[in-house]
Write a protein that binds this ligand. Structure first.
Ligand code: SF4
Ligand code: SF4
Length: 401
């Protein structure tokens, strides 16, 4: 007989470890000050729209698909609000038992432990948005003047108030996910259901006493408060096992099915997930660690130099999104007699740096019959030896001055 409580507690511990570890290894982290999105070893720049778009859409449809198929199982098994609320309630209960009958001592110990835990949880949470070592420095300096310090202090206070007083009330009042689930679920979504098909209820009320949301599952499997945690299933199984009878509450796929059914809606959802996952993979594989951009400066179309040559002005930017130093060599193609005046060439970019600069291209007067001559600027990025060709135009007077 499955023990959902044990399974849930193991998943809670695993989720907590994942939550605590992810930001320290940049597995998933959105660094606001540096404007970087870290995703499974990739350091994405905020302007890498395609990758961020596909990642967010993929994650959003994972949530939608999980809600359609598994209902509120996310709430009961994976949601941090549920995990920490239950942990806070369990701690309070334990302390009351230990310090009995000294209620005030139990309360003081509870709030002291919760205050330390709130600092720790707030630190981890903000680490998803601010570099953890930088955050630790601010915390040790008790910084409550900079934006990072103020956010840290506010999140700590909110965490403390949440897990001291709000807890699971959050799920039935503030959190929109329960209401969203009402729209996403259908007749085959996973439910926790009470049925007397295999015997009569003995009215022991254990399922009600053990429900973290304080509801009676016997009233309806569609109550908005039910987070599909399965605690009432364990309770009923345990009580009726003593009478050698099967429990009356179980997980079912919709009201009638005992097996998962793959219908058209679920197939479409799977296809959408495959689409966004493929888009993400393509965007990641097409990603250039060093991105070079070149644009002509057209405020002045051309200028005549003292040496009699025609000059066009260009700007470049190099974004080194890799973890190693890079340099870019600029050269010209298909523009006979032209010279590229750029210093330094190659242009260097440190890891994670964005470098900008300007250069001139000059050509002999009258060397080009047309006003506009098409040519290429070729860049070679070292050490990866990636060559890019940028089609450009050179503008010169149609007649020699
Ligand atoms: S009714 Fe059962 S499944 Fe729903 S929240 Fe209560 S204990 Fe969990
Ligand atoms: S635990 Fe089972 S037997 Fe007891 S009240 Fe709940 S449904 Fe009835």
């Amino acid at each position: 007989m499955a023990n959902w409580h044990q399974l849930r507690k193991r998943i809670h511990v695993l989720c907590f470890l994942i939550f605590a570890v992810l930001p320290f290894f940049n597995v998933v982290r959105f660094d606001i000050p540096r404007q970087r999105f870290y995703c499974f070893g990739y350091e994405l720049w905020i302007n890498e729209f395609a990758i961020i778009f596909f990642t967010l859409m993929f994650l959003m449809f994972i949530i939608v698909a999980a809600s359609v198929v598994f209902g509120r199982v996310y709430c009961g098994y994976l949601c941090p609000q549920m995990i920490f609320s239950e942990a806070s309630m369990a701690l309070q209960k334990k302390l009351r038992r230990w310090f009995k009958p000294r209620e005030r001592l139990a309360a003081a110990a509870f709030y002291a432990i919760l205050a330390v835990a709130s600092v720790f949880l707030a630190f981890i949470f903000i680490s998803y948005f601010v570099e953890p070592r930088d955050l630790a420095r601010r915390l040790l300096a008790l910084d409550i003047r900079t934006a990072g310090g103020i956010s840290g202090a506010s999140v700590t206070l909110l965490t403390f108030l949440d897990f001291a007083f709000v807890r699971l009330r959050f799920c039935t009042t503030v959190c929109p996910y329960g209401y969203l689930q009402g729209m996403l679920g259908d007749s085959s979504t996973l439910l926790v259901q009470y049925s007397e098909a295999e015997g009569k209820c003995i009215q022991c009320m254990k399922c009600v006493r053990d429900c973290p949301m304080d509801i009676d599952i016997r009233n309806s499997p569609f109550q908005i408060e039910c987070v599909h945690c399965g605690e009432c299933i364990d309770s009923c199984n345990t009580i009726l096992a003593r009478l050698k009878r099967p429990g009356l509450i179980r997980y079912t796929w919709g009201l009638t099915a005992s097996r998962f059914a793959l219908d058209a809606k679920r197939v479409v959802l799977m296809l959408i997930l495959v689409f966004y996952a493929s888009g993400l993979l393509v965007a990641l594989s097409a990603r250039r660690p060093v991105l070079v951009r070149i644009e002509p400066e057209r405020a002045t179309l051309y200028r005549m130099g003292a040496d009699g040559r025609v000059y066009n002005h260009f700007r470049y930017s190099i974004s080194n999104r890799s973890h190693k130093p890079a340099a870019v060599v600029f050269s010209l193609g298909d523009l006979p007699g032209a010279k590229l005046a750029m210093s330094p060439n190659p242009a260097a970019a440190a890891p994670g740096a964005a470098v900008q600069g300007e250069f001139d291209i000059s050509a002999p007067p009258g060397g080009h019959r047309d006003l506009v001559t098409h040519f290429n600027i070729v860049t070679n990025t070292i050490p990866d030896s990636v060559t890019d060709t940028f089609p450009m135009t050179f503008i010169s007077p149609t007649e020699a001055p």
